[in-house]
Structure formats: C-alpha cells, structure tokens
Design a protein around this ligand. Structure first.
Ligand code: SF4
Length: 287
C-alpha cells in the first residue's frame, strides 16, 4: 500500500525519471518547463517575460516571490509556512503560484489555494521545487489529507486549448533547484526532501511528546545535524545564551515579555503574538 513516506522515498530515488516524464507530458500539451537554480533566477525570468509582454510588475516582486517557494529545510528549522501562495500581477494578466504537487504521468499541476474566479490570467507561471513531483494521479489522494484546510484544490493540465472556455493562454512551470540537488546527494540529509510542509512539526504538543512526521523524517536528529553545520559565529555564544534562558522558565517568560515590548519591525522577523503561550494557558485555567 502506498503511504506518504513510501511515495516520497520512491520519488526521491527516481527523481530524474519522473522529472523527465513530467516535462514530456507538459510539453506535449503546450506547457513550457524551465529549470532554474534559485528564486532569484525565477524573479529574473518573470521580469524578462513581463518586459517582453509590456506588463508592469511591482517593485517588490522579489520580496513577494520569497513567500512562494521557501528553502527546503525551513520547516524543520521553524521558518514561516505559506503553502499554496499565489500572486496576481500586471493587472490580472499574470498569475504566479507555487505548486502543491506536480503529477508526472498526467503532466499536471496541483494548486491549493483560494478558488479560481472567472477565466483566470492570460499567463500562468507555476513555481515548484524539483522535489514536488508525484508519479501518478492517484498519489495525490495520499497527500491531500496532509494539507487539508489549506484551500480549494485545482489541477492545471496545460494551457487553454481550442474550444475550452477557461485556463491560461500560456503556462510556464518553473522547476527550482534551490539547494535541493546537494541535499539529494547527501545520504544523511536526503530525507529532508521528503517534507510535504504539512506543518505538524511546527506545533509541538505542550507536554513535550514527540511529533510523528507523516513522511518519516527523523525529526529528533535532522535539526541537530543541520545545526552542527552552522558557521561558528551562529553556533557559539548565541546558542549558549539561548540554552541558558530556555532552561530557566521564569527568565524565559521575562525575556519573552521584553521581546514583545521592544520588538521592532526593521528586525525582519515575524512580530511575536501579544500574549505568550504561558499567559494564554494560565488565563484559560489549564495550569
Ligand atoms: S511533520 Fe514532516 S512533512 Fe510535516 S512539515 Fe514537518 S518535516 Fe515536513
């Protein structure tokens, strides 16, 4: 029986095969597949296409792009979660969306997000990490429950064909390496690429019981493995200070209060919530 873990393992050990199949199927239906190394290259390519069409783009395109296809290990390290992001640009002519999955057999793109309205944009660009491919359409059913509640599910199977009343006139699929190929080559870290960004590991139970990853990533050991590779300036005194504070609950709570009082937008980190978890816990009487 297919499980999320077995499908992801199979895909990662046969990635070249499924990427080739996806490209062949998409191209046969009129889609265009572009391989890119980074989100910066994605932004360059979008700017080039928009310039050719004479479509104006927002000045902060690159910042907006960053929320579409974040780094691979970001979720394991507690980064932001923006699955299913999409941007509508150039007065509705161009939509850029991050794919939830790509289906090799069908040459299809699975998007999860707000429901599509009307005939959609003239050009659709889908951005996806190279690891987002699934072999068969039936595999999508194995993964969708992990992203339940994210929004409506849409499938794109190429640009609009003669006689069809909706769909983009042009479809580009940008397949982004974004650091995945070196991870794939490293047996100790390859499993990180199994992540489907379900978000389960971002909300550890307050009782400290372990989170079970649906695709079998070793959540106990991989974050430590990645952390050991940080340069000395980020693994030295800052982490020792953090560890010191973390082991002292009252000091930790005090530090949290200070952080909320003095938080500044220019730090570029998400604004902390107005109340700490401990405050909410106490107020709800669950000591
Ligand atoms: S639980 Fe596993 S699949 Fe889900 S976000 Fe965490 S690492 Fe990724």
């Amino acid at each position: 029986m297919s499980t999320p873990a077995t499908v992801r393992h199979h895909v990662l050990t046969n990635l070249d095969h499924y990427l080739t199949e996806l490209e062949e199927q998409l191209t046969a239906k009129g889609g265009k597949v572009v391989y890119l190394r980074s989100v910066e290259e994605v932004a360059d390519s979008i700017e080039l296409l928009a310039r050719e069409k004479g479509w104006p783009l927002p000045a902060d395109l690159r910042q907006q792009m960053e929320r579409l296809e974040p780094g691979v290990a970001e979720y394991l390290l507690g980064g932001p979660r923006e699955a299913g992001g999409s941007l509508l640009l150039a007065a509705g002519e161009l939509r850029i969306a991050s794919a939830a999955y790509l289906i090799a057999e069908a040459g299809a793109v699975c998007l999860i997000g707000p429901p599509a309205d009307g005939a959609g944009p003239r050009m659709q660009i889908v951005v996806a990490g190279i690891d987002r491919v699934l072999p068969r359409m039936r595999d999508v059913a194995v993964f969708l429950p992990l992203l339940a509640g994210e929004g409506s599910v849409q499938f794109l199977t190429g640009p609009r064909r003669a006689g069809e009343w909706d769909g983009p006139e042009e479809l580009y699929v940008y397949l982004v390496d974004g650091g995945r190929i070196p991870l794939l080559a490293d047996p100790a870290k390859r499993d990180v690429l199994r992540c489907v960004r379900c978000g389960a590991c971002l909300s550890s139970p307050p009782d400290g019981s372990p989170v079970v990853c649906p695709v079998g990533i070793d959540l106990e050991n991989i974050p430590g493995l990645l952390r050991r590779e940080l340069p000395p300036e980020t693994s030295g005194w800052k982490y020792r200070l953090w560890g010191f504070v973390m082991r002292r609950p009252r000091l930790y709570e005090f530090a949290g209060r200070m952080l909320r009082s003095f938080w500044r937008e220019e730090w570029g980190v998400p604004e902390p919530p107005a109340k700490s978890f401990r405050q909410t816990w106490r107020e709800e009487g669950r000591k």
